[in-house]
Design a binder for this molecule. Structure first.
Ligand code: GLY
Length: 363
């Protein structure tokens, strides 16, 4: 007899799942418990891919995306490009509860959150501000922002020089191959070699996100995804996380799924919905995740998104739970983990993967 709730999350979800399971055990409805658990991660200034402390957009402003889905009601709602409010998942839940809308964005989402009493604050931590300034300095040797190389070799020396000089920012040594592919996993906060958004060593970079899907003791399914999205994005960019069917999807009769990683790739295959459909067709949760990852890999054709061996130079990880409580997760590349919670017991598990580390330069 399994212990309930059964929850699956991205690697960064251990505290969220533990909190959600504890709340559910004392009678909190599972979706509220999941949103509250995710709130712990949104509050954490050290987690640079979610909520307070998330990496900002190119203007230095943190913009959050989040969504929830409620299996029994088959309802979902989301907010995108929300500024100044750290509890993005809770705001999405209120959109679902208090409105007939499915998606509020930007200034409207902000005003909605403030009307409900959410606190308005600057979400940019000193650590995230430093990362943003380092990113700006690494972009070009033809602007007034000095990189570490330029500053240490004499003020202004390479400022207006061509990009080929020894102090030029564009010549800064690039990150070595990392174990991850910029989806916020430890070791994955710098882009893989070949990624066109590779800026400079030590500049944190992420598509990181938290996703949680869960099954309660009544057999009902719920999900939530929350993120600060792609670091240094163009203001107003929304990824897959607030898009029902992409960053999350829950069908109470079949299962629930979600995504972390490169949102543009997930949206282009309707990722989470495709996984739930594959489970409906009889695939296991892991098999369904792998099928949709293969679909992404097969349809990634632009050179800027491919490593030298022809594989995608980015990561996506999918998470799924079936109506009977079986869970599974898979990543594009080897080396990622996820978390599964059954009742009071949480466990970090390796993700299945499409491409082996050793065969893919940059994995
Ligand atoms: N998966 C998060 C994003 O791309 O924004």
């Amino acid at each position: 007899m399994p212990a309930f709730p059964i929850l699956i999350s991205s690697w960064n979800g251990l505290p969220a799942l533990s909190r959600a399971a504890g709340l559910a055990a004392s009678g909190t409805p599972l979706l509220d418990a999941i949103v509250e658990g995710i709130g712990l991660v949104e509050d954490d200034p050290e987690e640079m891919s979610v909520g307070y402390g998330g990496l900002p957009n190119e203007d230095g402003i943190v913009e959050l995306d989040a969504a929830v889905m409620h299996g029994p009601l088959h309802r979902g709602a989301a907010i995108a490009a929300l500024r100044g409010v750290r509890r993005a998942a809770a705001v999405a839940l209120e959109v679902m509860r208090r409105t007939e809308h499915s998606l509020l964005v930007g200034e409207g989402a902000h005003r909605f959150a403030l009307a409900l009493g959410f606190k308005d604050e600057d979400l940019l931590t000193p650590r995230a501000r430093k990362a943003w300034l380092d990113w700006k300095a690494s972009l070009s040797d033809r602007d007034a922002w000095l990189s570490e190389n330029q500053a240490s070799s004499g003020f202004g020396q390479a400022l207006w020089a061509g990009s080929t000089g020894p102090n030029a920012k564009a010549d800064a040594p690039q990150s070595p191959a990392t174990t991850g592919h910029s989806d916020g996993h430890p070791g994955g906060q710098t882009p893989a070699p070949g990624d066109s958004r590779q800026h400079a060593p030590k500049v944190p970079f992420t598509f990181g996100t938290i996703h949680v899907s869960g099954l309660d003791a009544n057999g009902d399914l719920f999900s939530c995804t929350s993120t600060s999205g792609l670091s240094y994005k163009i203001a107003g960019r929304a990824g897959d996380s607030p898009i029902l069917g992409a960053g999350l999807y829950t069908d109470n009769g079949i299962g629930s799924a979600g995504a972390t990683g490169r949102g543009e790739a997930v949206m282009q295959v309707c990722g989470a919905h495709s996984i739930v459909s594959a489970m409906e067709d009889g695939l296991t949760p892991t098999g369904a995740c792998l099928k949709v990852l293969k679909k992404i890999a097969d349809r990634t054709r632009e050179k800027r998104l491919l490593a030298a061996d022809g594989r995608p130079n980015f990561n996506v990880t999918f998470y799924a739970i079936r109506k009977d409580g079986v869970t599974g997760a898979a990543s594009m590349h080897q080396g990622y983990e996820h978390v599964v919670q059954e009742g009071a017991s949480g466990q970090v598990r390796p993700c299945a993967y499409l491409f082996e580390k050793s065969k893919s330069p940059g994995c």
